[in-house]
Design a protein around this ligand. Structure first.
Ligand code: FAS
Ligand code: PHB
Length: 393
C-alpha cells in the first residue's frame, strides 16, 4: 500500500471540503481532499441558492469572490404570500442594511474547484473504500482506493466534509455520538428553467394546496420549488403539471406573470432536520452536512457549512501556527451553538409555511395565526429577518 502524508486530510469535495481546503492551503497548511464522486458529478449538483454575508466573506477570503460579485444578485428583501396576499420582508430595513447574495451552489463549487486547481491543491476524485483509522490518537490516517491502488494518508487531523451519507460520521462509535432527527412528511420538487424569474426577489408561498418557492440563479434562469408528497417521483410530474400547480399556489397577480418553459433539471429532495453531537471525535472534525441537515426553507444548509468551516479554520490556524489548541477544543461547542439556532429557524419557517397532511384543525389554526402574526408584527418580522440574513459567527 502506498503511503503519503499531509497535515489535514479532508473527506469530501463539496462546499465544506473545498472551502476548508482553500483557506488552509492559502496559509501554508497542507491538505489532501479525497472525493467519492467524479469531478463532473460534483460540478453537476444544483442545491442551494442563497448566501449569507458570512459565507460571502468566507468565499472572498478563499479567493473566489470575483465571479460571485460579478454575477451574483444582492437581495435586500423577499416576499411571503399567503393565499392571495403579498407581504414583503424588508431585510435591509429590518436589519440595519443587511442583505443576502443569490448565487447558486453550483457556481460556488465551480469557483472553489477552479481556485484549488490554480493553487495546486491535491484532490483525488472517484475514490473508493474510504476508511478512517486511529481517530483517538494524534496520528490518525485514512485508507482508500485511488484508480485501483490502495492508498494510506497519514495526517494530524481529519475533516469529515462528506455530507449526510458519508463515511466520517459512521466512523464514530455509536456510544460516542448523539443524534437528533425530525423527518418531514413531504418533499420539495425543484426545477431549473431558462426563463426569467417571475419576480426580482424570492417569493415564499404559503397556500392551502401546499408550499411553493420562486427563486432564481440569474435574471434569465429560474429556480422553482413546490411542496410534494414525500414518496412522489419526478416521473409523476410533467413540466406542464409543475407549472400549473406552481401557478395555483401563487396569488393571481403573480401567477399571471409567470413565464414558463422546459425544465433542464428536475429533482425531489426529502426534508429533514438532523444534528449529530458533538462535532469532534479526537482527531476527526465533522463539518457541514456530515454533522447536520436542515430543511431548505430557511436557506441555511450551505450557510451552516460555511460557519462550521470558519470555526474549524480558526482552530487549525491557531494549532498549526501557535501550537494553541484552545479554539480547536471549542470547535464543537461554537459550531453547535450556531447550528441549533439555524435548525430552529429552518424548522420554524418550514412548519409555518407548509401544509402537514397529519395536522389536526387546531394545529392548522395555530400555524395560520403564527403566519398572520409574523406578517403583521414588526418585532416578529425583525426576528425573521435577522435569522434569514444570518446570525453572527
Ligand atoms: P455535500 O453533501 O455538499 O458534499 C459532501 C461531499 O462528500 C460530496 O461531494 C460527496 O460526494 C462526498 N462524499 C460522500 N461520501 C464520501 C465518502 N465516503 N468518501 C469521499 N467523499 C464522500 N441548502 C440550501 O441552503 N438550500 C437548498 O435549496 C438546498 N437544497 C438541497 C438539495 C439537496 C438534494 C441536498 C442533498 C441538499 C440541499 N441543500 C440546500 C443543502 C446543501 O446545500 C448542503 O448544505 C451543502 O451541500 C453542504 O455542503 P457539504 O457539507 O460540503 O456536503
Ligand atoms: C434556491 O434558490 O435553491 C433556494 C433559495 C432559498 C431557499 C431554498 C432554496 O430557502
Amino acid at each position: 500500500m502506498k503511503t503519503i502524508s499531509t497535515q489535514v486530510c479532508i473527506i469530501g469535495a463539496g462546499p465544506s471540503g473545498l472551502m476548508l481546503g482553500q483557506l488552509l492551503n492559502d496559509i501554508g497548511i497542507d491538505t489532501i481532499i479525497v472525493e467519492r464522486a467524479s469531478l463532473d458529478h460534483v460540478l453537476s449538483r444544483v442545491r442551494a441558492g442563497v448566501l449569507e454575508q458570512g459565507a460571502v466573506r468566507l468565499l472572498e477570503r478563499a479567493g473566489v469572490g470575483g465571479r460571485m460579485h460579478g454575477e451574483g444578485l444582492v437581495h435586500e428583501g423577499f416576499a411571503i404570500t399567503c393565499e392571495d396576499e403579498i407581504h414583503r420582508i424588508d431585510l435591509a430595513g429590518l436589519t440595519g442594511g443587511q442583505s443576502v447574495m443569490v448565487y447558486g451552489q453550483t457556481e460556488v463549487t465551480r469557483d472553489l474547484v477552479d481556485r484549488r486547481a490554480e493553487t495546486s491543491g491535491v484532490t483525488h476524485y472517484e475514490v473508493e473504500a474510504v476508511e478512517l483509522h486511529d481517530l483517538d490518537g494524534d496520528r490518525p490516517y485514512v485508507t482508500c482506493r485511488v484508480e485501483g491502488e490502495e492508498l494510506r494518508i497519514d495526517c494530524r487531523f481529519i475533516a469529515g466534509c462528506d455530507g449526510f451519507h458519508g463515511a466520517s460520521r459512521r466512523a464514530v462509535p455509536e456510544s460516542a455520538i448523539r443524534t437528533f432527527e425530525k423527518v418531514y412528511p413531504f418533499g420539495w420538487l425543484g426545477i431549473l428553467s431558462d426563463v426569467p424569474p417571475v419576480s426580482h426577489e424570492l417569493i415564499y408561498a404559503s397556500h392551502s394546496r401546499g408550499f411553493a418557492l420562486c427563486s432564481m440563479r440569474s435574471m434569465t434562469r429560474s429556480r422553482y420549488y413546490i411542496q410534494c408528497n414525500a414518496g412522489d417521483s419526478i416521473d409523476a410530474w410533467s413540466d406542464d403539471q409543475f407549472w400549473s400547480e406552481l401557478r395555483r399556489r401563487l396569488p393571481p397577480e403573480i401567477g399571471e406573470q409567470l413565464t414558463t418553459g422546459p425544465s433542464f433539471e428536475k429533482s425531489i429532495a426529502p426534508l429533514r432536520s438532523f444534528v449529530a453531537e458533538p462535532m469532534r471525535f479526537g482527531s476527526l472534525f465533522l463539518v457541514g452536512d456530515a454533522a447536520h441537515i436542515v430543511p431548505p426553507t430557511g436557506a441555511k444548509g450551505l450557510n451552516l457549512a460555511a460557519s462550521d468551516v470558519h470555526y474549524l479554520f480558526e482552530g487549525l490556524q491557531a494549532y498549526f501556527g501557535d501550537s494553541d489548541s484552545e479554539l480547536l477544543n471549542a470547535y464543537s461547542e461554537r459550531a453547535l451553538a450556531r447550528v441549533w439556532r439555524a435548525v430552529r429557524f429552518s424548522w420554524w419557517m418550514t412548519t409555518m409555511l407548509h401544509r402537514f397532511p397529519d395536522h389536526a384543525p387546531f394545529e392548522r389554526r395555530i400555524l395560520e395565526t403564527e403566519l398572520a402574526y409574523t406578517l403583521e408584527s414588526d418585532a416578529a418580522k425583525s426576528a425573521l429577518a435577522e435569522n434569514y440574513v444570518g446570525l453572527p459567527y
